[in-house]
Write a protein that binds this ligand. Structure first.
Ligand code: HEM
Length: 450
């Protein structure tokens, strides 16, 4: 008997002849993957479309092999090809040596010391935005959070103010994202040369975005001013290998990538956090008490971030329950052995932080919102890939420190000034797994001044 199990020896649900399991997967990927683990265990197989073989891997040590120790045998999943229309060869989509070179070039811009410089801007953008919230009014929090994080990324990246940024970049990004998801989910995305309404919107949103960034880069190339924003740092970055900086095209791809990867994820987790807080008054009281004790009526300042440990744990806990990157995909690029399994070139692997984060093997009462679980050094005792909202290995999220600092400071600014409760008549809030994990139809909340 062969030592390693391959496709024919691995179990999984029967699919349709033509589409495989695409339909059930696309309808509700979270349920599909959770059930796959329950029914077939740590490694299960299914098909997307007539020929694409896919494995769902849900065991921490196997995930580590895929994302870290044997990561060179994999490339990113084909799904991401759609993203290439807009982010080209940016960090999220590029591969191998080119990715490594770009990652080395860009990494310094996300060092903790640099990110600390952005803390004040994060506070300023948030404070300025929420000062206009009216006492007793209802807001669509998903939009509000998207506006704040969009404001922060435009400010920290381009030194642009909120109005400029959201008009020039925010609107076309929204259109693009909606259509991109549909393209990712279909077996045969509509060829872009077909003059359909969606294709036209799609192409127009991409062209608008690219034009906006081209203009920004062009203006910067002409100035001698030394900008300390992300764009300034990226423009001055030089490769240690060949001493070269980035071309305009490379800059554009990386900016677009950071922009796309860097605001919706945090915004969604913040919305989930506020929703979870409103449903768990005990946690909300503790968060309020911490903010009161550490900040009181004074202005929120960058150094408060490290002191707000309960608030940090609240954010970690909502990343556990609703990880925006709910599934991480890889394609096998060279035949590889992972644990007792053999995966063949061309097959796909899906790894789901959502499924892992709710596994009772790793988390007691996994469906409950209990930030306290992070207080007892849980992260030190868990296997590395039981909790990994930011992925891992050489492709770990470059913006992880940025995101956590941003979220904690935003929460501090909001809860210092406002009480936030779920609107009295509310639809059932359900996760909607698009490119990231959003609350379907958003979350409507009422804000009251303290
Ligand atoms: C709560 C917020 C965030 C979450 C949960 C998150 C999650 C992730 C995950 C899981 C990956 C790895 C994907 C993979 O391995 O296939 C990733 C990659 C990435 N993220 Fe984030 N992210 C967040 C915020 C941000 C922010 C704020 C930025 C930038 C300002 C950012 C920029 C990126 C980039 C550029 C990559 C690609 C890295 C590479 O492949 O070298 N992310 N993110």
């Amino acid at each position: 008997m062969e030592k390693f199990k391959k496709w024919s020896q691995i179990n999984g649900p029967q699919g349709k002849w033509l589409t495989g399991n695409l339909h059930t997967f696309a309808q509700d990927p979270l349920h599909f993957l959770t059930k796959l683990k329950a029914d077939y265990g740590d490694v299960a197989k299914f098909r997307l479309g007539p020929t694409q073989k896919v494995y769902h891997v849900s065991k921490a040590d196997l995930i580590k092999e895929i994302l870290v120790t044997k990561q060179s045998k994999f490339i990113k999943s084909k799904d991401l090809k759609v993203l290439k229309d807009v982010v080209g060869e940016g960090l999220l989509t590029s591969e191998k040596d080119y990715h490594l070179k770009q990652r080395r070039l860009i990494q310094p811009a996300f060092k903790k010391s640099h990110i600390n410089n952005y803390a004040q801007e994060m506070i300023d953008v948030t404070t300025n935005y929420i000062k206009d919230w009216e006492h007793g009014l209802e807001y669509q929090m998903s939009n509000e959070m998207m506006n704040i994080t969009l404001g922060i990324i435009t400010k920290t990246m381009f030194s642009m103010n909120f109005e400029e940024g959201s008009k020039v970049i925010g609107e076309p990004i929204e259109t693009y994202m909606k259509i991109a998801v549909k393209r990712m989910r279909s077996i045969l995305p509509m060829p872009l040369w077909l003059p359909t309404k969606n294709n036209k919107h799609y192409k127009k949103s991409i062209a608008t975005l690219k034009q906006a960034l081209t203009n920004i880069i062009e203006i910067r190339r002409k100035t001698d001013d030394k900008y300390e924003d992300l764009l300034g740092i990226l423009m001055r970055a030089r490769s240690e290998e060949d001493g070269l900086g980035m071309s305009d095209q490379q800059l554009m791809d990386e900016l677009m990538t950071i922009f796309l990867a860097g605001h919706e994820t945090t915004a969604n987790t913040l919305t989930w956090t506020m929703y979870l807080l409103s449903n768990n008054p005990h946690v909300m009281n503790k968060l309020n008490a911490e903010i009161k004790e550490i900040i009181g009526d004074r202005k929120v300042e960058p150094h408060h971030y490290t002191q707000l440990t309960y608030t940090q744990n609240v954010f970690w806990e909502s990343l556990r329950l609703f990880p925006p990157a709910y599934v991480i995909g890889r394609q096998v690029d060279e035949d590889v052995e992972i644990g007792d399994y053999f995966f063949k070139k061309g097959e796909m692997i899906l790894i789901s932080p959502y499924v892992m984060h709710r596994d009772p093997l790793y988390f007691d009462e996994p469906d409950l919102f209990l930030p306290e679980r992070f207080e007892t050094g849980l992260l030190k005792t868990l296997p590395q890939f039981a909790f990994f909202p930011f992925g891992g290995g050489p492709r770990v999220c470059i913006g992880n420190h940025f995101a956590v600092m941003e979220a904690v400071l935003i929460l501090a600014c909001i809860y210092q000034r406002y009480q936030v409760t779920l609107a009295p008549v509310h639809h059932k809030v359900k996760p909607q797994p698009l490119i990231t994990l959003r609350p379907k139809h958003g979350v409507k909340m009422i804000v009251s001044k303290r």
